[in-house]
Design a protein around this ligand. Structure first.
Ligand code: BLA
Length: 512
């Protein structure tokens, strides 16, 4: 794997970003040996930053910064390996400016102290309550995300706030945005999973808020570079001052961004998305405000989990109603199919599909955007050839029909995504849902006549390039079907299977 700062576009997804061996210069770092708190490593700016008369390396914290040593002493009783602690030290060092001190224990041992100048004034906690209320009072995902952007922009003052949402393949979308007048909107932009490497995503689950204070900063190295405790690079996973990957910094510079603050949104332990705040000029966010953004991002994740489970229970309810209507339709019309197609939305909405078809007894009934009759027949034949599990009839799903069935590539535009539930044991009998090819449903807001070549030069990294790359990556693919989609399809399929069985036995009785 490439060491920090040595990655290029061919291997940057493996860059060891947590081993940055350097920090951003708006603070200073000390790595200490326990229990006597001797300095093992320092950021090269520490002497100047703390106003010391001689270097701290090798000395005891209590000897050159007794106020800090006293302030952190009680915190050292905590494990500090998952969540850092923080404390304000009013006198700093030798009567210097007040410091915010954040501390934690990295993998490999010792204690890391990160020191920043305390902000002159604190954020009023009274801003917190209306923000929390707005988040917890949202009743649908989009309004929630829009509210989050407004709230974060008001609270932090950054001139653009975006809410990125990841899909099940890790690709991203700017799902909501709030920005200062005159800035180019990025709302609706898509970008490929590779823009945020897996290593970074894993890190962002542990480390929920990151900042880049000034993209034009010169990284400050640690001295010595390697930790004397491990003989290896210091694990900086939880460091707020961690130097950011140069690849990403280049991306930000190309966007004309001066500073960022990004908070993770976790839903059920998964990285669901990011709240990304950009400022055109350098910007510092003091500890107290970062803590508030972290708390709010946590509330956002909790709210999203609640909304998602509400949506899921609505879908289950809709399926039960559907079953009832099918049974009523049999008595009323002698045919259960009318119930499925009277209200096409009942069939499409729970699956987020744009089309659906029922293939039954050699006929096709459809709703929404679907392939033509011949295409449907071909899909039915293809489905017959797909493996079914032993325990009955699980669903068959693909997000890229062209990849899984090259002879059906002609159907890509309306039916890149196919999700089918068998509704009987007979061949060719399915309920099928369709999703279109994604690239045909999303357009770039910028100049569409300006083609973008996706090359290998980091100087070209930009949202425009990302979008072009995303187009390439998802060509011939629909939005992925989620595990919940599969479960819902199976539930509907099982329900219809039951109804079909009843219907057929009733028909046989009548025929006798
Ligand atoms: C990180 N890349 C990121 C992050 C975002 C993006 C949001 C997370 C930053 C954070 O949480 O602090 C991407 N930013 C975007 C996109 C937009 C945006 C798409 O504003 C669009 C509007 N980046 C690349 C490529 C590589 C890459 C090709 O584009 C290399 C494979 C690397 N991105 C990369 C790395 C990080 C990153 C290494 C981690 C940065 C860090 O935390 O050190």
């Amino acid at each position: 794997s490439p060491a920090f700062g040595t990655a290029d576009l061919s291997n940057c997804e493996r860059e060891q970003i947590h081993l940055a061996a350097s920090i951003q210069p708006h603070g200073a770092l000390l790595a200490l040996h326990e229990p006597e708190l001797t300095v093992l490593q320092v950021s090269a700016n520490a002497t100047a930053f703390l106003g010391l008369d001689r270097p701290a390396l090798g000395r005891r914290l209590g000897d050159f910064a007794p106020d800090i040593a006293r302030a952190i002493a009680p915190l050292l009783n905590d494990p500090l390996d998952v969540v850092p602690a923080a404390v304000r030290v009013p006198a700093g060092v030798a009567g210097g400016p007040a410091l915010d001190v954040q501390l934690h224990r990295p993998i490999g041992g010792g204690v890391i102290l990160e020191l920043e100048r305390a902000a002159p004034e604190d954020v009023a906690p009274r801003q917190l309550e209306p923000a929390l209320q707005a988040i917890l009072g949202s009743y649908a995902l989009r309004p929630l995300c829009e509210e989050v952007c407004r709230t974060f922009r008001g609270l932090t003052g950054y001139d653009r706030v975006m809410l990125y949402r990841f899909d099940d393949d890790g690709h991203g979308e700017v799902f909501a945005e709030e920005h200062a007048a005159g800035l180019e909107p990025y709302l609706g932009n898509r970008y490929p999973a590779s823009d945020i490497p897996a290593i970074a995503r894993r890190l962002y689950i542990r480390n929920r808020v990151r900042v880049v204070t000034d993209v034009h900063y010169a990284p400050v190295p640690l001295e010595p570079r390697l930790s004397p405790l491990t003989g290896q690079d210091l694990d900086m996973s939880l460091c707020i001052l961690r130097s950011t990957s140069p690849m990403h910094v280049q991306y930000l510079k190309n966007m004309g961004v001066g500073a960022t603050l990004v908070a993770s949104i976790l839903v059920g332990g998964r990285l669901w998305g990011l709240i990304s705040c950009h400022h055109q000029t350098p910007r510092r966010t003091p500890f107290a405000l970062r803590a508030i953004t972290e708390l709010l991002a946590e509330a956002v994740g909790t709210r999203i989990a609640a909304l998602e489970s509400f949506v899921q229970s609505q879908a289950e309810l809709a399926v039960r109603r559907l079953e009832q209507r099918m049974i009523e339709a049999i008595t009323r019309d002698g045919d259960w199919r009318t119930a499925l197609f009277d209200h096409a939305q009942t069939l499409l909405v729970p699956l987020g599909a744009s089309g659906a078809a029922l293939l039954f007894e050699g006929q096709a009934q459809t709703a929404g955007e679907v392939p033509g009759t011949a295409g449907l027949r071909d899909i039915g034949k293809w489905l017959d050839g797909q493996p079914r599990g032993p325990g009955g009839a699980p669903v068959i799903a693909t997000a890229s029909l062209a990849a899984d069935a090259p002879h059906l590539a002609g159907l890509t535009r309306v039916a890149s995504g196919v999700l089918a539930a068998p509704i009987s044991t007979a061949p060719g009998e399915y309920l099928v849902w369709f999703r279109p090819e994604q690239v045909s449903t999303v357009t770039w807001g910028g100049d569409p006549n300006k083609p973008v070549l996706v090359g290998d030069d980091p100087r070209d990294l930009s949202p425009r390039r990302s979008f072009a790359k995303w187009n390439q990556v998802v060509e011939g693919r629909s939005e992925p079907w989620s595990p919940k989609d599969l479960a819902t399809a199976r539930l509907i399929g099982d329900t219809v299977t039951d109804v079909v069985l009843q219907f057929r036995s009733v028909r046989m009785l009548i025929a006798e």
